[in-house]
Design a protein around this ligand. Structure first.
Ligand code: HEC
Ligand code: HEC
Length: 449
């Protein structure tokens, strides 16, 4: 029996006189809010987050790789540029800015494209907390662990053997993307490889890494049983995943502590918010389970911004999940995001359309009205300029009216939901940059962007 189940039974028993085997929670006393929460059907079986175990030598290798610009064609961007500890593993931007940009966060410039406009990545850089517990990756889950030892990914059957999970598979891809990390043909030896020849890009990267003595030692320590000639970028990806899991699986939010039996861990407002979230506001129909996501796909009628994914006649649309399944019924569906640390990881939604948590919550409560009345002036100018309001009617028309029906809450109830979402923040995020950013990386390239 999990601690939570024990707690729930304990809480229920407190309210029922004569119930045998009362389990008293370790901290705090049980009040009616706790009883109301624990008796919600959606709460049954809910457990606190569990951290997967990792190998320290792989974590050490992964930490260098994650911060090293050597992984990018032009040696000018690393994973951490878009997933920086200082912005809580995101980048603080509505849409990411890839290779060729300068600076970090809102002050980052973008490469200027052939048409004179800034090159923006089509989607928001998500926070990457707790991803070792996931079976899908990306807003459209184009990477997925099939559960039978195989993975679905844009690389089809070209992935190397032995990848540890969906998170490791994900790490194979940013390095292959021209706009994100590889660069444009003519720029460097990796960008000169044919766009879809991913295997040669991975081999080229390994040649770069193994020309560096410090990486040779780090790989040897992480993979003592693998001959240097047999190392491939999959080994690098497994190490990057181990680093992400070890440093960024944070299981100490007030909500986790509450689920583990500390009834004093959340404020009354957060508890009322939790009761709405798992109860009448029905958020948990999608934001379910210990990750607060069903890892499934829904059209939440989020307004479109940016260059899109080549959809619609103008190429500026983003059909989301439909681009993976080729099923028109999946248009504008995106994977439900997890919500731990969500209060710190704006802007929110797959394209960063909302710049306050309250606005994101109000959108979720009445998606259609919010999309119709969307005000792009909340965005920094360069993103407001790429708001595609002409697409909103199509996005709404494609939505399931039941899924996106308005839920009417008072202002104080909305504030309670926001309090609950704040209770999903791990206190450890305050010290991420101190604990996670290395002093230097093996290539000697600068860490600063
Ligand atoms: C130019 C910015 C940029 C760089 C560089 C970058 N990422 Fe990302 N990352 C993104 C964006 C944007 C997405 C979402 C893309 C999508 O869903 O279509 C993403 C998605 C992810 C995800 C999936 C999270 C989820 O739940 O869907 C992980 C994990 C991740 N990146 C890790 C990495 C790693 C590891 C590297 C380096 C090898 C890296 N990223 C480099 C911008 C970047
Ligand atoms: C039908 C499924 C569904 C329901 C119900 C739902 N959500 Fe969501 N939620 C999603 C999906 C999918 C997204 C991402 C949409 C996108 O970016 O296009 C999302 C995005 C969010 C975000 C932004 C997260 C981020 O990291 O960008 C927040 C916050 C949020 N939801 C909170 C809520 C709350 C609070 C409720 C209840 C009032 C709720 N959601 C109800 C599916 C749902």
């Amino acid at each position: 029996m999990s601690k939570l189940q024990t707690m729930i039974i304990g809480l229920l028993c407190v309210s029922i006189t004569g119930c045998p085997g009362i389990v008293v929670p370790p901290n705090g006393s049980v009040d009616s809010l706790d009883t109301d929460f624990s008796s919600l059907p959606a709460v049954a079986g809910l457990t606190a987050l569990q951290k997967p175990s990792t190998d320290p030598a792989k974590v050490a290798l992964g930490k260098s790789l994650f911060f090293d610009k050597l992984l990018s064609g032009n040696r000018n961007i690393s994973c951490s540029t878009c997933h920086t500890p200082t912005a809580f593993t995101g980048d603080g931007l509505p849409l990411a800015k890839g290779q060729g940009g300068e600076g970090l966060g809102l002050s980052r410039s973008a490469l200027v494209g052939d048409d004179g406009s800034p090159v923006l990545i089509p989607r928001n850089s998500p926070e990457i907390f707790n991803r070792g517990n996931f079976t899908t990756m990306f807003w459209d889950a184009r990477v997925a662990d099939n559960g039978d030892g195989t993975f679905t990914s844009p690389a089809g059957d070209r992935l190397p053997e032995g990848l540890d999970g969906a998170l490791a598979v994900q790490a194979m891809f940013p390095v292959t993307s021209g706009d994100e990390m590889r660069g444009t043909a003519g720029d460097n030896e990796l960008a000169n490889i044919a766009v879809d020849d991913l295997v040669s890009v991975w081999a080229g990267l390994m040649a770069r890494l193994l020309a560096n003595d410090e990486y040779v030692s780090l790989f040897a320590a992480a993979y003592p049983d693998v001959l240097a000639d047999d190392l491939n970028f999959g080994h690098a990806a497994n190490a990057i995943a181990a680093f992400e899991i070890e440093h960024w699986t944070l299981d100490d939010s007030p909500f986790d502590n509450y689920l583990n039996g500390d009834t004093s861990a959340m404020s009354d407002s957060a508890k009322r918010g939790a009761i709405l979230f798992y109860g009448s506001a029905n958020c948990s129909s999608c934001h379910s389970g210990s990750l607060l996501t069903d890892e499934l796909f829904h059209n939440r009628v989020v307004p479109q911004l940016g260059p899109g994914k080549g959809n619609d006649d103008d190429g500026l649309g983003d059909y989301g999940r439909a681009n993976v399944t080729s099923d028109d019924g999946d248009r504008y569906k995106f994977r439900t995001p997890p919500l731990r640390n969500v209060a710190a990881t704006g802007p929110w939604m797959h394209d960063g359309a909302f710049t306050t948590l309250e606005a994101a919550v109000r959108h979720e409560l009445d998606p259609q009205t919010s999309a119709t009345n969307y005000d792009a002036s909340q965005l920094p100018d360069e993103f407001a300029a790429v708001y595609r309001g002409n697409k909103t009617a199509d996005i709404i028309a494609a939505a399931d009216p039941v899924d996106t029906a308005a839920i009417d809450l008072s202002d104080s109830q909305v504030a309670d939901i926001v309090s609950f979402l704040q209770a999903l923040t791990s206190p450890s995020i305050a010290t991420l940059s101190i604990n996670d950013i290395p002093q230097s990386v093996p290539s000697g390239l600068p860490l600063a962007d």
